[in-house]
Ligand binder design. Structure first.
Ligand code: UT7
Length: 327
């Protein structure tokens, strides 16, 4: 794929995140599920997860993260003319959670819609907003990954219920005139292969059953695909820019499993110290995991102006993708 220079470049000018107050440790979980702290830590690297309270909705998490991102950017909400929310756990089947976010932020202009690519959702949403901003159709976007994923877990299925958590992360993207070598999103690569539907899906839905359903996963198979697909999409996007993994300052991956993060870094020959890891504290928050990890590394000062940052994710679908940014 040839990279085309466009009049505008979308730059991340602010980020934010939000985690529900309730913290659930592995030990607490082991009191209601047939599992142990040792098993969860050894197999996934997860120590704890946050869980939304009754009545606390995905849009509430998304709005809190969005407000923090706007503050960080120093922008007022009414400067935003595009809201894209990546979520698998919308407040309602319709309207889009993005529209509820728009209303709560007091914005009455521009476009707002959801993107559904499960754990790859944030990368898909970022790529989507980037394309709108590049061509000048919108000027300022809020891109949010937000999930109340614990609502769709089967608490009788110990193979999945210990792995996920709730949370939200957001970035503010602003269109700036393209400046070669300047900051902004450089490119993105998205993939899907629907033949693998049965490896990771929810056994409900408005059209299929009329119910919400629960997560079903063939963990070992998903793991195998994740390492192969993530290493391949990272190589693909770097090759497009004539870059090597060693040129990256930071890899900000989807946080599904510590062993996937380590195996992907090893496959790429990337130093583990360049990988931002939050899975231990947040567990797998699906579409929220990449922006939560990004916000962590921006706020603790690891990500600095000029750094080359690669975000990647894989999830149900299967879907996977990557976005490369110069900070
Ligand atoms: O974000 C979307 C993408 N999702 C992922 O990337 C997840 C990818 N997969 C994984 O992270 C891993 O496959 C898991 C963490 C889900 C599972 O690890 P695993 O090493 O693949 O374990 P397994 O599923 O093969 O299970 C091994 C054993 C089984 O027992 P037997 O059959 O060997 O006796 C399971 O019954 O572990 C047992 N087990 C548990 N034991 C204690 C499964 N879940 C648990 C549990 N606690 N929670």
């Amino acid at each position: 794929m040839t990279l085309v220079e466009t009049p505008f470049t979308a730059r991340i000018v602010g980020c934010g995140s939000f985690l529900p107050a309730r913290l659930v440790t592995n030990q607490e979980l082991a009191q209601r599920v047939d599992t142990t702290d040792d098993w969860i830590v050894e197999r996934s690297g997860i120590h704890q997860r946050h869980m939304a309270a009754d009545g606390e909705m995905t849009s509430d998490l998304a709005v809190a993260a969005a407000r923090e991102a706007l503050d960080h950017a120093g922008l007022a909400a009414d400067e935003v003319d595009l809201i894209v929310v990546a979520t698998t756990t919308p407040d309602q089947t319709f309207p889009a959670t993005a529209v509820r976010v728009q209303a709560q932020l007091g914005i009455t202009h521009g476009a707002a819609f959801d993107v559904q690519a499960v754990c790859s959702g944030f990368v898909y949403a970022l790529a989507t907003a980037d394309n709108f901003l590049r061509v000048g159709q919108h000027r300022c976007a809020l891109v949010i990954g937000a999930e109340t994923f614990t609502r769709i877990l089967d608490w009788e299925d110990r193979g999945t219920c210990v792995l996920f958590g709730d949370g939200a992360g957001a970035v503010v993207l602003r269109a700036e005139p393209t400046r070669p070598g300047g900051p902004g999103l450089l490119s993105s690569r998205l993939h899907a292969d629907g033949r693998h539907h049965d490896l990771l899906y929810v056994d409900g839905g408005p059209s299929a059953t009329g119910t919400v359903g629960h997560v079903r996963m063939q963990g070992r198979e998903v793991f195998r695909h994740a390492v192969a697909n993530l290493a391949s999409v990272v190589t693909e996007i770097l090759d497009g820019h004539g870059l090597a993994p060693s040129d990256l300052d930071w890899l900000v991956p989807h946080q599904a499993n510590q062993r996937i993060l380590s195996s992907t870094a090893k496959k790429l020959g990337l130093a583990p110290s360049k990988v931002v890891i939050t899975v231990g504290q947040h567990a797998n928050t699906s579409a929220a995991s990449v922006p939560l990890a990004l916000d962590t590394a921006v706020r603790d000062g690891r990500i600095q102006p000029g750094h080359l940052v690669l975000m990647e994710a894989m999830g149900g679908g299967l879907t996977w993708g990557a976005c490369l940014a110069r900070w």
